[in-house]
Ligand binder design. Structure first.
Ligand code: ATP
Ligand code: MG
Ligand code: MG
Length: 349
């Protein structure tokens, strides 16, 4: 049987490993931190830093194909891996999604709508961008942000200096504030042969910058639903993408606006574990090993709720609920804001 290399050993790597194992594949995790959640499931784990090129080479040589659950892999590490084994999704998807400025430009070149944006390098460029885009706006670091980290809201121009200080010198992008009615995401997959399969869009509610719940079906018109699938397909094709991608969208009266893309399985796709025959994790494994994709049809209405930090205390109650599937990540220490697991509730009417 083939061995699948997964860079990153968090919960996404863990659930990818579970799915791979169901299909008879073995997994090898590469992860810098000790005792990663995926390490409890995968057959092999390499604990090494991304600048340990010998460890990267050994890892690559031990696997047949390399994928990842984490998009901020350093470029030099990717060079080492790519010299030895195919990386799926490919480098272009990483290049585009690692940097919000490049990502926005890429989306606009495809004819997709994004928030108005500008490259921010200093106080003068921020002042000019604010004059152009207007407030409210959001200043974000171009790279490494997640769960709303590395962002500062600018409600009035007076907030500009403080927001810029929050970036701590990191390259940044200013985004005009999108007046959305709600947020949705499409989880889409593209196979090695170019076939594209989308899951039904989910509606996402965030709390403190972190995803709280995803509900399917989302509140969308049939046209918006079709639009979401088409734009996701456009992005996947443009990147010659292989694997699963999460596309985050703002719903506005003027149509769908793309917020950001994640070149990997996505938290807002966890509902597929209990709503579809092939979930996003199996879909991703199918794509990267060159299998036909599973169908994306949804068989149930589902509400996915993240278990964050102390939410774990609610587990005894949740475990007694009917139609509730519990997914835990095996993380030993509970920290505020840390994703510990999620539940998928099948909604019956
Ligand atoms: P993730 O954990 O999804 O990767 P992130 O840290 O990359 O999150 P974003 O998705 O850019 O951050 O922003 C987090 C949330 O902040 C969005 O889901 C949305 O609710 C809000 N937000 C971000 N950008 C804008 C915008 N331009 N206009 C309005 N709201 C926004
Ligand atoms: Mg993000
Ligand atoms: Mg986001």
């Amino acid at each position: 049987g083939s061995v699948i290399g997964i860079v990153g050993g968090g919960q996404l790597g863990r659930m990818l490993s579970v799915a791979a194992s169901r299909l008879g594949f073995r997994c090898h995790i590469f992860e810098p931190s000790e005792n990663p959640p995926a390490g409890q499931v995968a057959e092999y784990v390499t604990t090494a830093a991304y600048d340990d090129h010998d460890a990267l080479r050994k890892f690559a040589e031990s696997v047949d194909v390399i994928t990842y659950e984490f998009e901020n892999i350093p470029t030099e590490a990717l060079d080492v891996l790519q010299a030895l084994r195919p990386i799926r999704p490919g480098r272009e998807a990483l290049r585009v999604s690692q940097d919000r400025l490049i990502e926005k430009g890429f989306l606009q070149d495809l004819g997709l709508k994004t928030a108005p944006f500008a490259d921010i390098t200093d106080a003068a460029s921020l002042e000019a961008a604010l004059a152009e885009i207007g407030a409210p706006a959001i200043l974000k670091t171009r790279r490494f942000g997640y769960d709303g980290k590395g962002q500062a809201r600018i409600m009035t121009p007076d907030d500009a200096a403080g927001a810029l200080a929050d970036m701590a010198g990191a390259p940044a992008i200013l985004e005009g504030f999108v007046n959305f009615t709600h947020e949705v995401s499409v989880i889409a997959a593209r196979g090695l042969n170019g076939e594209v399969v989308c899951f039904d869009p989910g509606e996402n509610v965030h709390e403190g910058g972190i995803l709280r719940t995803t509900t399917v079906p989302a509140n969308l018109t049939p046209m918006q639903r079709m639009d979401a699938g088409l734009l996701a397909g456009k992005i996947l094709n443009a990147l010659d993408y292989v694997g699963v991608m999460g596309v985050e969208l703002f719903v506005t009266p003027q149509g769908l606006i793309v917020n950001e893309v994640a070149p990997r399985v996505h938290n807002s796709g966890h509902w597929t574990q209990n709503g579809c025959t092939t979930d996003q994790f199996e879909q991703h494994i199918r794509a990267v090993v060159g299998w036909p994709l599973g169908e994306g049809q949804r068989y149930a209405d589902v509400v996915m709720e993240n278990l964050i930090g102390d939410d774990l205390d609610k587990l005894p109650g949740y475990a007694k609920e009917p139609n509730t599937a519990i997914h835990l990540y095996g993380k030993a220490d509970v920290k505020a804001g840390r994703k510990m697991g999620h539940v998928n509730r099948i909604v019956k009417d």
